[in-house]
Design a protein. Structure first.
Length: 39
């Protein structure tokens, strides 16, 4: 089975994008939690 590097790149890019998205959500929540904890 041959997978084109282009297709592979697309998959990796999608994975990275969803990872960034999750990271952003996590960071926002972390800041909220941190502020609530400090204040």
């Amino acid at each position: 089975m041959h997978i084109s590097s282009n297709h592979l790149l697309k998959e990796v890019t999608q994975d990275l994008n969803s990872f960034k998205y999750l990271l952003n959500i996590f960071r926002k929540n972390l800041v909220k939690i941190w502020r609530n904890y400090i204040l």
